[in-house]
Design a protein around this ligand. Sequence first.
Ligand code: AVI
Length: 323
Amino acid sequence: MGALESKGRTEQNEFAKHVEEGLSAKEKRISSMYLYDDEGSRLFEEIMDLPEYYPTRCELEILKKYKRTILELTCIGTEIYVVDLGAGNGLKTMVLLHYFTGRANFKYVPIDISKSALNDLENNLKLNYADLPFECIHGEYMESLRSMKSRPDVRKLILFLGSTIGNFTFREAMHFLSDLHDALNKDDLVLIGFDIMKDPHIIRSAYNDSKGVTAKFNFNLLVRMNRELGANFDLNNFLFYPMYDPSTGEMKSYLVSKTEQVVYFKALNRSFQFHTWEPIHTECSNKYDVKMIEELAVRTKFEIEENFYDSKKYFLDSLWKVR
Ligand code: AVI
């Protein structure tokens, strides 16, 4: 067995283990990280272009408007590493990097656990940004960051954009940011994208778009389990149900069983029973207010340097510094 094939097997086993645990739980759930196989990643790109999905456009507006201030606050005559956690197609980051080019001594360092995402980004960089100094790192975020800690002479600007932080619970976000803090040096900076609480209708529409792309994105999880775990989900027997709770800021998505049914998994050699109207929780996209963001920063030992809003105040990129 080749190394790649064996890695694929390990990933498949982890997925199988996770699904078995999640569907055995009292409240069925599957982590949203499994939404992103090739088709899921493609569908997410489609979501980002939807008229209802405001976060991408708002964040782009922020980066265009405040790129100069972000650079001024980052660059104090030193070399900079712009470290991108989950770069995706890198489009938003390019707004910053394009501006930094010729104005700062920097290197772009995207980190991703997905080799294929990193390869796509690398090809794009070579093709369209030939002069950009970069070094792609294939690996886990914290491990890769810790390996850079021995360079305190280089200031790091960590980008954690797109409200990915919202896919963590508050507790998970706290753990993640504490680990991030410990992997960095004094005065390093982090730019974090937060989706802000707003009119609940606007939030719900962003996750319940009229073209049904978000529904397809969620249903793709069933398709993935059928393909990778030999399950026999009938997609017609489920419906997509997104709901927003304005009291907590939780935007939750579910796939709900429309009927009493049993689904068999060849890879697990077992079945799961679904009752009528029983949900599988597939994703949580948490919305924040400034107080919650301040609490998160204090509890994880960061200092908020500046908050950058879009013109509608729908989205916030918060710039934090290691105290
Ligand atoms: C990746 N993440 C920040 C997106 C979000 O808004 O939670 C994923 C997404 N799910 C449905 N639409 C977009």
